[in-house]
Design a protein around this ligand. Structure first.
Ligand code: PEP
Ligand code: MN
Length: 346
């Protein structure tokens, strides 16, 4: 449920409504907006006795939120949310490019690619140190050593770092060394990990599970936000279908659907979404055109030697071409690739 306050409602009136909600054994979530304050209510098992709140001073109306997700829904929060990672901002005006190898493999590999990516306009650096691999015999990542390399390299090149956490222990390390926590497709419904990420102060990149519906994706985001971390960016990374010409089917229709039902930013991952490097540029262009708030792409200095996801990793030159193409399309859809340091909203 959502309580809409009058534009002139003062802080004392908002506080009184919050107290009343608490008296009812529920949790209030005040959301100050440009025009007026709204107060979300969670914690109810059934219908809430709306009349108790409706009659309070300063209350305009009480809306029943129909979606199963509350805090991440547009019904709760009408305006688009922006998520800040250092000076980088995921928002409707920007188009944010996260690039880097699937996995950090060595100091030289990550430094070489980061220098190239920064020089050609990437905003953030990706690279996993904890890799969820299908086979236990495949390269599992460099662990803490890899995270230190990511942190040093990101700082050296002025690129905030996003890197994956796969369990509670790795989450603590990612929080320490990274700027943004990635929750991967395989862990989208690891509810204890989602709760832990929700207690973190670092922003979270939440990837869609490979057979998750959009409702499930938004419910997963709800777990994080419900623990007190509002800084969640969603990611469409392709789903399993009958199609075998690509690794996954990048479901670009998810982008406008999510944007209609949720206020959270959403980006696309054309690398995992296709699994084929020659498809990454066209699907990146399509992601911009469809209204995504950014992309995350895999780029390796020597993709043929990559320890994971080589076939979908771009050659450095291809990243330059990708930037050239998407900058043209970004202009058409009123997005800028330039990230000005933004003051944080309070
Ligand atoms: C990755 O980003 O390298 C990754 C493992 O992605 P996903 O969780 O989408 O498979
Ligand atoms: Mn990968």
């Amino acid at each position: 449920m959502l309580v809409v306050m009058d534009t002139h409602a003062g802080e004392d009136q908002v506080n009184a409504v919050c107290d009343e909600i608490r008296n009812m054994g529920l949790t209030p979530h005040p959301m100050p907006g440009a025009q007026r304050t709204a107060i979300g209510i969670t914690g109810n098992k059934g219908a809430v006795e709306a009349s108790r709140i409706e009659q309070m001073i300063g209350v305009v109306r009480v809306i029943h939120v129909t979606a199963p997700y509350k805090l991440v829904s547009r019904e709760f929060h009408e305006e688009d949310s922006a998520v800040h990672v250092g000076d980088v901002m995921f928002s409707k005006q920007n188009f944010t490019i996260i690039a880097g190898p699937c996995a950090v493999e060595s100091a030289q590999q990550i430094d070489e690619v980061a220098a190239h990516l920064k020089a050609h306009g990437a905003h953030m650096l990706r690279g996993g140190a904890f890799k969820p691999r299908t086979s236990p015999y495949s390269f599992q990542g460099l662990g803490e050593t890899g995270l230190k390399l990511m942190q040093e390299t990101g700082k050296r090149h002025g690129l905030p770092v996003v890197t994956e956490a796969v369990d509670r222990e790795s989450l603590q390390l990612v929080e320490k060394y990274g700027d943004m926590i990635q929750i991967g497709a395989r862990n989208m419904q690891n509810f204890s990990l989602l709760r832990d990420a929700g207690r973190s102060r670092k922003p979270v990149l939440l990837k869609r599970g490979m057979s998750a519906t959009l409702e499930e994706l938004l419910m997963a985001a709800e777990y994080i936000v419900n623990e007190g971390n509002p800084n969640v960016v969603l990611c469409e990374r392709g789903v399993r279908t009958f199609a075998d010409h690509t690794r996954n089917t990048l479901d670009l229709s998810a982008i406008p659907f999510v944007q209609r039902t949720s206020h959270l930013p959403i980006i696309a991952d054309p690398s995992h979404g296709t699994g084929r490097r020659e498809k990454v540029i066209p699907l990146s262009c399509a992601s911009v055109a469809v209204g995504a708030d950014g992309i995350i792409v895999e780029v390796h200095p020597h993709p043929d030697q990559a320890m994971s996801d080589g076939p979908q990793s771009l050659f450095p030159d291809q990243f330059v071409e990708l930037m050239r193409q998407i900058s043209v399309i970004a202009g058409v859809v009123n997005r800028t690739l330039i990230q000005e340091p933004q003051p944080k909203a309070v």
